[in-house]
Write a protein that binds this ligand. Structure first.
Ligand code: IPM
Ligand code: MG
Length: 354
């Protein structure tokens, strides 16, 4: 198969972890006779420095032309500490999500048998956890009307959802549930928010189209609690943009390291794959960042964009092997030997080609 992939390395450790995912993907291509053509483009602070804008038009075109997009990380401390900065790397991310129509953010949380002790939660609580959040990504309070009034002394952000927006993410949720354990949880705050009542009403009306799926409706505050109490009681969860932002960070600690969890952001036409971690600026260029979340994002790309399930499964298998054998970066080394970002990538490549 011929795969056209846009490569957005971004800022901080982005380029280093992306390099490993490219190496691993190329090894997979070699083993299974695929041909990957990579096209790099600028995003984030790197793009602001080069052309004054975090998601330039040229980058957008590269993304539109590609079959899939592999993304590293964006963000730079020099913007975080300057509230008056007019252009910020994160704006690039939001613009990219909106312009590419990436309305469904797929964020799985699973545990690795060899890492159960790394989680801050008790082993017996997290064993067997395998859940996936579908976070709505192009609507809600992130993109609603906002502003200041009363001479700047009052600020507001509004959350708006249309029935059509809820329907398309809920459809993805039902479809995911059908391929898994057929359980779907709709997370909202319908006891207070009108937009949540629209979510609930819309999902309820769709239940009849998926008679095999068992749907639960839970309030976001209760989910925040149960997620760390009994994470293995959940399967597929759908939720709006801001609730999803918060809950998926919470869910990421279950697996034991931020450096492990991949994600996909998909729309009707485009799909982008990225690690859930940020740009980790302190580690830039030090060859210490964990590349596994990005490598697992590449696995999701093979599976979801190209339906290459065997290829994805092999990547997951060699990642599990690296963890078992201790070929890990310092975040997981636990006093044992820590390998470099690049060396972990080399191990994976060798394991694939062996
Ligand atoms: C995420 C991030 C972004 C978000 C930020 C960087 C704008 O936290 O992808 O979860 O809030 O969506
Ligand atoms: Mg977030």
């Amino acid at each position: 198969m011929k795969l056209n992939i846009a490569l957005l390395a971004g800022d901080g450790i982005g380029p280093e972890v992306i390099d490993q995912a490219v190496k691993v993907s190329n090894a997979i291509a070699q083993k299974f006779n695929h041909e990957i053509s990579w096209t790099s483009a600028l995003t984030g602070a790197a793009a602001i420095d080069a052309v004054g804008e975090p998601y330039p038009d040229e980058t957008h075109q590269v993304c539109l032309d590609a079959d899939a997009i592999l993304f590293g990380a964006i963000g730079h401390p020099r913007f975080d500490n300057d509230p008056s900065a007019k252009v910020r790397p994160e704006q690039g991310l939001l613009k990219m999500r909106q312009k590419l129509g990436l309305f469904a953010n797929v964020r799985p949380t699973f545990t690795f048998p060899s890492l159960l002790d790394k989680s801050p939660l008790k082993k017996e609580r997290i064993e067997g956890t395998d859940l996936v959040f579908l976070r709505e990504l192009t609507g809600g309070i992130y993109f609603g009307e906002r502003g200041r009034k009363d001479d700047g002394n009052t600020a507001f952000d509004t959350c708006t959802y249309t029935r059509a927006e809820v329907k398309r993410i809920a459809k993805k949720g039902f479809e995911f549930a059908m391929t898994r354990s057929k359980r779907l949880c709709c997370v909202d705050k319908a006891n207070v928010l009108e937009s949540s009542r629209l979510w609930r009403e819309t999902v309820q009306a769709m239940e009849k189209d998926y008679p095999e799926v068992e749907v639960a409706y839970e309030f976001v505050d209760a989910v925040a609690m149960r997620l760390v109490q009994w994470p293995n009681s959940y399967d597929v969860l759908i939720t709006e943009n801001l609730f999803g932002d918060i809950l998926t960070d919470e869910a990421s600690v279950i697996s034991g390291s931020m450096g492990l969890m991949p994600s996909a952001s998909v729309g009707e036409e485009n799909a982008l794959y990225e690690p859930i971690h940020g740009s980790y600026p302190q580690a830039t260029g030090l060859n210490i960042a964990n590349p596994l979340a990005t490598v697992l994002s590449a696995a999701m790309m093979f599976e979801m964009s190209f339906d290459l399930q065997v290829e994805g499964a092999l990547i997951r298998k060699v990642v599990e092997q690296a963890l078992q054998k201790g070929y890990v970066t310092e975040d997981l080394a636990d006093g044992g030997k820590a390998y470099g970002t690049k060396e972990v990538g080399d191990y994976l490549v060798d394991a694939i080609l062996k």
